[in-house]
Ligand binder design. Structure first.
Ligand SMILES: Cc1ncc(C[n+]2csc(CCOP(=O)(O)OP(=O)(O)O)c2C)c(N)n1
Ligand code: SF4
Length: 288
């Protein structure tokens, strides 16, 4: 049986020392091993950004896509081979700016994939511009007088889009992060896991200490019920989105693959898709 070390490869991450993304990499490797996966059963698909490099740093199938397009590729992979466990990943710019259209529709489509966003509230790779997750007043090279736009709440958007699994964690809490990724991988449907993953080089406001001071951990709130969608929305609003833990899960809804008419149990990638001459002629006849 594979251990987390089997999900390591020999590529050395070129993230800055202290970048939160190291913990996300470690948590994915641990979670995959903990649920009994072998490297050849996992595919990690990423977008572009410092965070997007993660697919190259995990020993599994990987695809480093284009900016904001991790989800369309990940959904294609899952549809082609439902036997694979599929993780999509990237930054808050990747998923909540250029890729937001895909994010909302992937959520409501509910394919069985896990989407892990490394949310550092800034564009890291391009050297520090505001992202939709930056706070109002946040000063960067692109907003020297401070951001005048309101901050996007991906958790509220996810809930309103019909998400069946919404969680949030923090790079400093490897135990919780690993447990939530495990739960997301086991969830039969789309799982959104947003991770506060500090950019130590360009974001000098939302630091590890800042998150530690401001986060409310649901694991410490007695009686919180993650199956109650209204309570989940209320808690997100009460904490201004600064909460960690399993926020919402609905296990009653079937995944896209299980509902799609004619979508077989056997992986599409393994089916014989050759069209017989007879079937071809019948198909053409329909258009005459
Ligand atoms: C179509 C396109 N537009 C813009 C870019 C430039 N670009 C590369 S990464 C990035 C944003 C990076 O921020 P984020 O997604 O939050 O990831 P991080 O680097 O912070 O991990 C941008 C705008 C690009 N590569 N492709
Ligand atoms: S620039 Fe920021 S996000 Fe990118 S590797 Fe460095 S610390 Fe991480």
């Amino acid at each position: 049986m594979a251990t987390f070390k089997d999900f390591r490869n020999n590529v050395k991450p070129n993230w800055c020392p202290g970048c939160g993304d190291f913990s996300v990499q470690a948590a994915i490797q641990r979670a995959a091993a903990n649920i009994g996966l072998e490297p050849e059963q996992l595919a990690v698909i990423s977008g572009i950004g410092c965070s997007g490099r993660i697919s190259g740093y995990i020993n599994a199938y990987g695809f480093h896509g284009i900016h904001g397009r991790a989800l369309p590729i990940a959904q294609g992979v899952k549809l082609a081979n439902r036997e694979l466990t599929v993780i999509a990943s990237g930054g808050d710019g990747d998923g909540f700016a250029i890729g937001m259209g895909h994010t909302v529709h992937a959520i409501r489509r509910n394919l069985d994939i896990t989407y892990i966003v490394m949310d550092n509230q800034i564009y890291g790779l391009t050297k520090g511009q505001t992202s939709p997750r930056s706070a109002e007043g946040f000063k960067t090279k692109s907003t020297p007088e401070g951001s005048i736009e309101t901050t996007l709440s991906p958790l509220e958007i996810a809930l309103s889009a019909g998400a069946t699994f919404v969680a949030q964690s923090f790079s400093s809490d490897l135990k919780q992060l690993t447990a939530l990724i495990e739960a997301g991988l086991k969830h039969k449907g789309f799982s959104l896991i947003n991770v506060f993953s500090p950019c130590v080089t360009f974001n000098k406001v939302n630091t590890y200490d800042w998150f530690k001071e401001n986060i409310v951990n649901l694991d410490h709130i007695e009686g919180y019920d993650p199956t109650n969608r209204i309570a989940a929305m209320t808690k997100i609003m009460e904490t201004n989105g600064l909460l960690t833990g399993l926020i919402y899960q609905d296990t009653s809804r079937k995944s896209y693959e299980d509902l799609a008419v004619g979508f077989k149990e056997e992986a599409l990638a393994k089916q014989d898709l050759t069209l017989s001459r007879d079937d071809f002629d019948k198909l053409v006849a329909e258009f005459r």
